[in-house]
Design a protein around this ligand. Structure first.
Ligand SMILES: Cc1ncc(COP(=O)(O)O)c(C=O)c1O
Length: 481
């Protein structure tokens, strides 16, 4: 069957001319073309709610394309609610689609080929932000889960505390003391549902619309986006090998009210904020009554030395808000993170949380609390640190062998991703779009820059690459992209 005929599969009576074939020569990536075709067919009523569409496997075969291309297109369609995958029953157009906004009038999404916020529905090789999913201690987790569920009392069945489960707050405070050098009481720890929740809570409690906030450039795009959505003004500050250039920040935005930094491993460049810069930042915050948000998303994972103490451990003047998360050290699907506030801000944060937070799932918090209290957490982190050091080394070796002539490979001292810098001047967004076509994940460094320009590199996660052979095989797929 050729490509043209494929589209007739959607509805036997529809001609291929109406549903037009894919155009391999078009600048639009193939996954995007498939996505647009299906969406267009739904919008025009050719495909109706409940209609079956070909399974990703069948479509892969019919089109003779990489499975990843179809998966990426279907993942986008599913993420936007157009289709539902029903295991054996196949993939169908979402039955209640009519009840939603008319499909035809939905604004078309911006091109996601290179956007940094892309979250596929399936797990793709190199997918950013994921810990090693194969070695999560499922057995212990399942035992603790069953135990905690059995132990539930009526008091555990009502609305949870909006500040977090007391046992978890205590466990986090003890862990931070030992592992990150942070001296805090459980009352200073607020459990949240992720970094965005943490940052919103800080902004609501301490900042006012219109306030300038220093952000790293390049830096984690959700930070900039969220601050903007909250009416704050992100002021991008360049980063060099010592982290955020504080003197530059003072020159460009002297009246900023806050700074958001990733001191352990700058996201995405992986450099650490040097001690002089840490002290300069703390000094600025003290003199200006400004706030520093320390986003310590993966501080535990350092491979060239022991993890560096957190910036918060130097915070004598109570200006640092420490944001931690369980996404990297356990699993992102838990949706549990935490915030440590200075002792003199506890009341303010309690008041803000009461008005703004609904609390996090009690049972999950209780499992994590038991996981920490029984020593599994510390052991798991140690094990993952060793594992990631190995996987990082194997990935670098495999990549060097296959990709060394095409890319300079930046192995950073910590973190969970590598930077591949094209030697031939190829644009990183173009590379990322081609990688997605080939069913590989990647993010373009230029998408992490405030102006959308600058150094070109592709960010790839290595924590799920289990051998040098696997790294080489993936590298060969990347070469074909
Ligand atoms: C820079 C940075 N900060 C924070 C986070 C944690 O986000 P969350 O707690 O919502 O998973 C991540 C996760 O990818 C990150 O990359």
């Amino acid at each position: 069957m050729n490509r043209t005929m494929l589209w007739a599969m959607f509805t036997p009576e529809t001609t291929a001319a109406e549903l037009f074939p894919l155009d391999p020569a078009a600048s639009q990536p193939l996954y995007r073309q498939i996505y647009e075709r299906v969406r267009g067919a739904i919008a025009s009523g050719v495909l109706k709610p409940g209609d079956r569409i070909p399974s990703a496997r069948a479509l892969t075969k019919e089109l003779g394309l990489a499975r990843g291309t179809i998966d990426t297109a279907y993942a986008l369609l599913a993420a936007e609610g157009y289709v539902q995958t029903r295991g054996q029953a196949g993939t169908i157009v979402t039955p209640d689609l009519k009840a939603r906004a008319p499909v035809a009038s939905l604004p078309s999404r911006p091109e996601v080929g290179g956007a940094a916020s892309f979250r596929p529905d399936t797990i793709l090789p190199f997918q950013m932000g994921l810990p090693a999913l194969d070695l999560f201690p499922r057995k212990i987790w399942a035992q603790l889960g069953a135990q905690r569920a059995r132990a539930m009392q009526p008091a555990d069945m009502v609305h949870p505390s909006v500040f977090g489960l007391p046992a978890l707050r205590t466990g986090i405070a003890a862990y931070l003391q030992v592992s990150r050098g942070i001296d805090c009481a459980p009352a200073q720890v607020f459990v949240t549902s992720g970094y965005r929740h943490t940052l919103s809570l800080i902004a609501k409690a301490l900042l006012t619309a219109g306030d300038l906030v220093w952000v790293e450039d390049p830096g984690y795009p959700p930070t900039r986006d969220l601050l903007g959505q909250m009416g704050l003004k992100p002021a991008p500050v360049p980063v060099d090998r010592d982290g955020l250039i504080v003197s530059e920040a003072l020159r460009a935005a002297p009246h900023a009210r806050a700074a958001v930094v990733t001191p352990a491993h700058q996201s995405p460049l992986g450099v650490s904020l040097s001690l002089p810069r840490r002290l300069a930042l703390l000094d600025w915050a003290r003199r200006h009554d400004a706030w520093i948000v320390e986003d310590d998303y993966d501080g535990e994972y350092r491979y060239v030395s022991r993890p560096l103490p957190a910036l918060k451990s130097l915070d004598r003047d109570h200006r640092v808000l420490y944001a931690g998360t369980f996404s990297k050290v356990l699993l992102p699907s838990l949706r549990l993170a935490y915030l440590v506030v200075p002792p003199n801000q506890v009341e303010r944060f309690e008041a803000t949380s009461q008005g703004f937070t609904g609390g996090s799932p009690e049972l999950t918090q209780s499992i994590v609390a038991a996981f920490i209290a029984e020593g599994h957490f510390a052991r798991h982190i140690q094990r993952m640190r060793r594992l990631y050091a190995e996987r990082r080394a194997m990935t670098v070796a495999g990549f060097e062998a296959v990709l060394g002539s095409r890319f300079a490979i930046d192995a950073q001292p910590g973190g969970m991703h590598l930077l591949l810098r094209p030697r031939d001047g190829r644009a990183d967004r173009e590379l990322v779009a081609a990688m997605r076509e080939a069913g590989l994940f990647g993010e373009a460094l230029s998408d992490w820059a405030a102006g959308g320009q600058g150094a070109q590199a592709v960010l790839v996660n290595f924590t799920n690459i289990a051998s040098r052979e696997a790294a080489e095989a993936l590298a060969r797929r990347l070469v074909m992209a």
